[in-house]
Design a binder for this molecule. Structure first.
Ligand code: THU
Length: 160
């Protein structure tokens, strides 16, 4: 028997400490919370994706009275980016969430389904996607989508 010990490196910093390009992406993600359609949860999530061509694409959660038909901000954002720029890698994505008129104190972390989609996008372009999770008190930065979903299911699993 062997044991696999996986480690996840997460950079933790405040907004003031963030590099300028990350600050810009966070500002876009925070701003995108205003476009959320979240009448049921009143949890307004925004995301901003930085593409390798320098474009920033934003998105937000879009809910539905038939709850499972809605979609999270991260998936709206990467699907929109991938549909607009199918040949362009996503280098980074920032996520922020607002509730009761305030941004969350702690980093807003993507759900399992979004992690799967972020991983697929990262694999599709063959380059790591930084994941920046905003909180008013602290920001988390992961070096890749894979770091969010270790031992994930990918293309290679289908053809193993
Ligand atoms: N949501 C996101 O958009 N992204 C996340 O990372 C977490 C959750 C949305 C889904 C739903 O519209 C609302 O937030 C409450 O779960």
């Amino acid at each position: 028997m062997e044991s696999l010990n996986l480690t996840t490196k997460i950079l933790v910093y405040t907004f003031e400490e963030a590099p300028e390009n990350i600050k810009k992406l966070i500002i876009e993600a925070k701003s995108a919370t205003k476009t959320a359609y979240a009448p049921y949860s009143e949890f307004y999530v925004g995301a901003a994706a930085l593409l390798s061509n320098g474009e920033i694409v934003t998105g937000s959660n879009q809910e539905n009275a038939a709850y499972p038909s809605g979609l999270c901000a991260e998936r709206v954002t990467v699907f929109h980016a991938n549909a607009q720029y199918p040949d362009t890698a996503v280098e980074a994505i920032a996520v922020a969430a607002c509730h009761d008129g305030e941004f969350t104190a702690n980093p807003c972390s993507p759900c399992g389904g979004c992690r799967q989609v972020l991983l697929e996008t990262e694999n599709r372009y063959g380059s790591p996607m930084k994941v920046i999770l905003y909180g008013d008190n602290k920001i988390y930065e992961l070096e890749s989508a894979k770091a969010l979903l270790p031992v994930g299911f990918g293309k290679e699993s289908l053809f193993d």
